[in-house]
Ligand binder design. Structure first.
Ligand SMILES: Cc1ncc(COP(=O)(O)O)c(C=O)c1O
Length: 368
């Protein structure tokens, strides 16, 4: 049987480089609480990403929870059902009511044409997701938010390094939350961050992620422990030095998949708008009705050949037990998202996936 191919595999620096960083941590005995590696990684990420302020976190979920706290969000929040469940869980953990709005079939993100109809007098914010690192319609969402006095918190867990019109996608909205989980384009084992636009907001977030302490003896609010450790930050610095090469390899894999699969009847591969620099964090394909197999049969066929694709994002968040009884979770309200969830398959993509392995994936999909 051929070697197993998983949907992703984490990139790691040579162990010897990481051991040298660990030696420094051992010598300094500073393990966390904003040490040298933490400060250095914040600086390096601001520069690499082209953002003004960043606050590092221990994971993306705590970053989302804290972003909502930092903006004092209350009541109802408009969001997408087509994402990883942490997006909406962050609302429940803050006592907020998610209001699901359907997605656009092209961007696979919140459909701006459907947002306004979901706004009520209880709505205070919109939490869109740049799904697969594909940009939301940030201009239109920004206009709707402004006209209706709403905050925008982007779940940018997939959007590391993505640019629109030469600018970082992370600069749109009031706040953007990133994930640096092991499966992400940029990983620190576990980790995350919030991007903010003013020094005051960064400071508020930094207090919130450190139990609400503003100095040694003053606690101003009920903060949480969201701090990134020195070990994670040190890994992040090594990862960052390889980002350009990693993104290049991802693009090459995506290009090979595109050329091998784009003419296949019944397989739809979404494209990026002009002016967008993506990150190829995922390679979603949509298995349409005129393909010779349905999506689940293709998933099983790949699995039988030791190729482990993933049905991201199926089921929809709105189908999970804690959300399914919300009025906005009804199938009729979310038909585009339901269709995408029934057709999507994410193919293996990660630096180090060989061309022979990519061809194995392509050949396993082609009609036999
Ligand atoms: C869209 C999205 N939001 C939030 C998260 C949560 O991030 P983390 O795993 O770092 O907590 C993830 C991934 O894990 C995600 O894919």
């Amino acid at each position: 049987m051929d070697k197993r191919i998983f949907v992703t595999q984490p990139s790691l620096p040579p162990l010897s480089e990481f051991v040298a960083s660990l030696q420094k941590i051992w010598d300094s005995k500073v393990l966390t609480n904003g040490g040298e590696f933490h400060q250095e990684l914040e600086k390096a990420l601001c520069q690499y990403l082209g953002v003004k302020y960043i606050s590092l976190f221990n994971n993306g979920t705590i970053a989302l929870l804290t972003a909502l706290q930092a903006l004092n969000i209350k009541g109802e929040v408009i969001t997408t059902p087509y994402s990883f469940v942490a997006t909406t869980h962050s609302l429940l953990w803050n006592g907020l009511t998610p209001v699901f709005v359907d997605i656009d079939p092209e961007t696979l993100n919140l459909d701006p044409r459907k947002i306004e109809a979901a706004i009520t007098d209880k709505t205070t914010a919109i939490m869109p997701v740049h799904c697969y690192g594909r940009p939301c319609d940030v201009e239109r969402i920004g206009q709707i938010a402004k006209q209706n006095g709403l905050k925008v918190i982007y779940d940018a867990a997939h959007a590391f390094g993505v640019q629109v019109g030469g600018e970082s996608l992370l600069n749109f909205g009031d706040l953007s939350a990133l994930s640096f989980h092991a499966t992400k384009v940029f990983n620190t084992f576990e980790g995350g961050a919030i991007i903010s636009n003013t020094p005051e907001m960064k400071q508020r977030i930094d207090h919130l992620k450190n139990f609400g302490f503003t100095d040694e003896v003053t606690v101003v609010e009920a903060g949480i422990n969201g701090k990134m450790s020195e070990v994670n930050a040190a890994l992040g610095l090594l990862q960052l030095s390889r980002m350009d090469q990693n993104l290049k390899e991802r693009l090459e894999i995506a290009t090979r998949y595109r050329s091998g699969l784009s003419a296949v009847k019944g397989i739809r591969i979404p494209t990026l708008d002009e002016g967008v620099v993506g990150n190829d964090s995922y390679f979603p394909i949509f298995v349409e009705n005129d393909f010779y197999l349905d999506r689940d049969a293709l998933y099983e066929r790949l699995k039988a050949q030791n190729i482990y694709s993933r049905r991201y994002f199926y089921p929809l968040i709105s189908d999970f037990p804690m959300y399914k009884d919300l009025p906005s979770a009804s199938k009729a309200n979310l038909s585009v998202a339901a269709n995408a969830a029934s057709q999507v398959l994410c193919l293996p993509i990660y630096p180090g996936l060989t061309t022979a392995e990519q061809d194995r994936v392509i050949n396993a999909i082609l009609p036999q």
